[in-house]
Design a protein around this ligand. Structure first.
Ligand SMILES: Cc1ncc(COP(=O)(O)O)c(C=O)c1O
Length: 397
């Protein structure tokens, strides 16, 4: 048999999806599985976006422009302007989801054998994109005790070596829910300028900030225009995960010119989804106000319920819709699988994401899980109760 590449063999499995076969089996046995494992919000997509697809009279579903249409990118630049981010359409490349923007960003700034520094725990697919590019992830550990705040800047400085090309952050964080402050972003900005590195910020959760806290984009940092690369997406903002539209933004002309070559190789972003995404920009602020209110209520309810579980530690999220919980167990991978294979409460169980896959340092996060609070409150309460009862049984087993 022809061999599989070493790169392919070393591609990590997604910790979010690898338990899916166990969940499917549980469902076949008639068990209802409550999904806390994946960031698929149950929030309705804005009607303006869906209507734009339903009501258009396209006769040929053509390729779109490689970088996305002018009208969409110009309207998008207007959206950023309202957020206090001054960019123009030529600094945006529309991508097939934030995922493709991440792939383009790494493709553009790294060579095989290069290193990127990422505070951990981090969005697990960064490991996959790094592996696909032959790039080593150098983690800098953040801890549950500080709610996963930015680790001391000295720890980043120590991690910088001759092969370091970029620091990659996710703000607000998946899986941590941590929202980096303006001061934390300023520290990172000063560091990348000092060492002439790129700062890549995954800002796909920028809308989801709580308690009146404001998101501070790296694009708002003065003097960072040659260093800053932002990854964004409509997936979470408008609950449009299936549209597969995101973008890469940079004021560095060489970055855009190079990323465009990667973009040309995949021809164009999906045409119908572009139409939906352009229309979604007309979503009224009241939509976001309602969504944020809903997430705050879910988060508070979830944290209160989790705190009732003995021996649990939870970081309080200030953004996005995830939290990391540390459980009184040794191996969350085993526990998550056991929940699906061997446990049910009144015919129901829960699926969680074991957190080890969100770390690059072996052994870290082994007793942690990531919970996505993307379900209705009543479901969340039920799910936490199942977790609580399951832990009692699991500890004895
Ligand atoms: C932090 C982060 N970045 C990027 C993505 C990719 O999003 P998409 O490709 O749907 O835009 C996700 C999806 O969950 C995410 O959580």
């Amino acid at each position: 048999m022809p061999s599989i590449s070493r790169k392919g063999q070393s591609m990590p499995e997604s910790p979010i999806r690898k338990l899916v076969p166990f969940a499917e089996n549980a469902k076949k046995k008639g068990v209802r599985v409550i999904h806390l494992n994946i960031g698929q919000p149950d929030i309705k997509t804005p009607k303006v976006a869906l209507d734009a697809v339903k009501n258009n009279n396209l006769e040929v579903l053509e390729y779109s422009r490689t970088e996305g249409s002018d009208t969409y990118r110009e309207k998008l630049a207007g959206y950023y302007e309202k957020q206090g981010v001054h960019i123009n359409a030529s600094e945006i490349i529309v991508t097939t989801g934030g995922s493709e923007a991440l792939a383009f960003a790494l493709g553009t700034v790294t060579d095989m054998g290069d290193e990127i520094i990422i505070p951990e725990p981090f969005y697990a697919n960064y490991n996959g994109f790094a592996t696909a590019n032959g790039v080593k992830v150098v983690p800098v550990v953040s801890g549950i005790e500080t709610n996963f705040a930015l680790p001391p800047i000295e720890a980043f400085e120590k991690a910088i070596g001759p092969k370091t090309k970029a620091i990659l952050i996710c703000n607000p964080g998946n899986p941590t829910g941590y929202l980096y402050s303006k001061e934390e972003i300023e520290q990172l900005a000063a560091l990348v300028k000092k060492h002439d590195l790129y700062l890549i910020a995954d800002e796909v959760y920028r809308e989801f900030t709580y308690e009146g806290k404001k998101h501070h984009s790296i694009l708002q940092e003065k003097g960072l225009d040659q260093h800053a690369i932002v990854v964004d997406s409509v997936s979470k903002r408008y609950s449009m995960c299936g549209a597969r539209i995101g973008c890469l933004i940079s004021q560095n002309k060489m970055v855009i010119k190079t990323a465009m070559k990667f973009a040309q190789a995949r021809l164009s972003p999906p045409t119908f989804a572009l139409i939906a995404s352009e229309a979604a920009l007309d979503t009224p602020q009241s939509y976001f106000d309602d969504v944020i209110e809903e997430y705050v209520e879910r988060r508070d309810l979830l944290l209160d319920a989790l705190k009732e579980i003995e021996g649990i530690k939870v970081a309080k999220p200030q953004g996005a819709f995830y939290c990391i919980a540390e459980l009184p167990i040794a191996d969350a991978d085993d526990f998550a699988q056991w929940l699906l294979e061997s446990f049910q409460l009144d015919g129901e169980t829960v699926m969680v994401a074991p957190a080890a896959g969100f770390y690059a340092t072996p052994g870290l996060g082994k007793n942690q899980i990531r919970i996505a609070y993307v379900l209705e409150k009543e479901q969340l309460v039920k799910a936490v109760n199942i977790l609580k009862e399951a832990l009692k049984v699991y500890k004895k087993s």
